[in-house]
Design a protein around this ligand. Structure first.
Ligand code: PMP
Length: 378
């Protein structure tokens, strides 16, 4: 009775395992296999002194200014978050009206509400494609919002706008639509032209989640600066080897950014995170070299796994989605774990036959291949 019914019924997000066991090769959470640039580590170390007693800049002002410079926009177009996950959660809170039935935790009431006028339903709807980031439904449920989930095409490409309009399953008035681009866990990228057409057809907010975009050929940042209802979310976690520090940002129209800003914790981005992110932006050539290295490994590993009978989806991220031969994906997960290799498996119906493998260092990819060959030849 102490806990709200909505919270009692909530299935929390399950992050990939962070194992305590030593010697495991971690290819399960899309972390970057290479460390932050030496100058970034130095900047963090230099900041660890008596100043930790002080509050950091509450608006991440300098970081926002630098990001604005990088993206050729104003600091008012940029909001920094405690990881991009925080920004996704804030977007749900800022743009989506909770459904009264769901917010009070009752599914019965929600059923009755489903007969509510379409416009009212849309205002309470968080929409996304399946498969995509498994956090979105959790954020919607935590807010008492509806979800509208539409499957991507069988090859995980974006359904055409015409098809979405014809099928009526997609809600162009949904209060908030998340599009993961490049997609996770498929790895597939969507072209900016396609995303532009999709955004133009929408009347609610569209958030393009570009967590993996540095490994892709195109990005859609310009759409957030062009359309008043589009936000792009980015993160320092993956491409910039900074998961530990939790820094992400959103770019968009000042009115949308201001809405997110009103809801955030006053000191949402920790001070060392701000320092690390600023130093990262001074070391971009180091990271760009890493992207190239990871993309080259991705190409090699994809080819080698294809040769061994895996179906490998084309990827523009730092992971690949593969359908393994011989055993089910779940059995492969276990067999690889026995050999100290951690990869990710999702039980969702669209992807349960696949494994998601993060691109590791050259040595880690070689260890994976060795284990795969062993498993294939008993
Ligand atoms: N979006 C997607 C698609 C992700 O996979 C992740 C990482 N799990 C995030 C956003 C969030 O990353 P972070 O909060 O570390 O910035």
């Amino acid at each position: 009775m102490l806990i709200r019914p909505l919270v009692r019924a909530l299935h929390a997000y399950v992050p990939g395992e962070q194992p305590k066991i030593k010697g495991l090769i971690k290819l399960n959470t899309n972390e970057n296999p290479y460390p932050p640039a030496p100058a970034v580590l130095k900047a963090i170390r230099a900041a660890v002194d008596g100043r930790l007693r002080l509050y950091q800049n509450p608006t991440a002002q300098t970081l926002r200014e630098r990001l604005a410079q990088l993206h050729d926009c104003a600091p008012e177009n940029v909001m920094v978050g405690n990881g991009s996950d925080e920004l996704l959660a804030l977007a749900v809170r800022a743009f989506v009206e909770p459904d009264p039935g769901l917010a009070s935790g009752g599914s019965r009431v929600a059923d009755a509400e489903s007969r509510a006028p379409r416009a009212r339903r849309s205002r309470s709807t968080v929409q996304f494609f399946a498969p995509s980031y498994s956090l979105y439904p959790v954020l919607a449920a935590a807010h008492g919002a509806r979800t509208n989930v539409v499957r991507l095409a069988a090859d995980f490409s974006l359904p055409s706008l015409e098809l979405l309009q014809r099928s009526k399953a997609w809600d162009f008035d949904a209060a908030l639509t998340f599009v993961t681009t490049p997609n996770a866990p498929s790895g597939r990228a969507f072209s900016t032209a396609e995303l532009d057409a999709l955004c133009r057809a929408h009347r609610g907010v569209v958030l393009l989640d570009e967590a993996y975009v540095d490994f892709a050929e195109e990005n859609a940042l310009q759409l957030a600066l062009k359309h008043p209802h589009v936000l792009v979310a980015r993160t320092f976690s993956k491409a910039y080897s900074l998961c530990f520090q939790r820094v992400g940002y959103a770019v968009g129209h000042p009115a949308l950014v201001d809405a997110l800003d009103k809801l955030r914790d006053s000191y949402n981005v920790n001070g060392l995170g701000q320092i690390a992110a600023l130093a990262t932006l001074e070391a971009l050539p180091y990271y760009r070299a890493n992207f190239e290295r990871i993309k080259a490994s991705r190409g090699r590993l994809s080819e080698q796994l294809s040769d061994l009978g895996f179906q490998v989806l084309p990827s523009q991220t730092n992971f690949i989605l593969v359908r393994p031969p011989l055993h089910s994906a779940k059995v492969w997960l276990e067999k690889l774990r026995e050999r100290k290799l951690l990869v990710r498996w999702f039980s969702a119906p669209e992807v349960k036959e696949f494994l998601r493998i993060t691109i590791g260092t050259e040595a880690e990819c070689a260890a994976l291949l060795k284990a795969v060959r062993r498993i294939l030849s008993p």
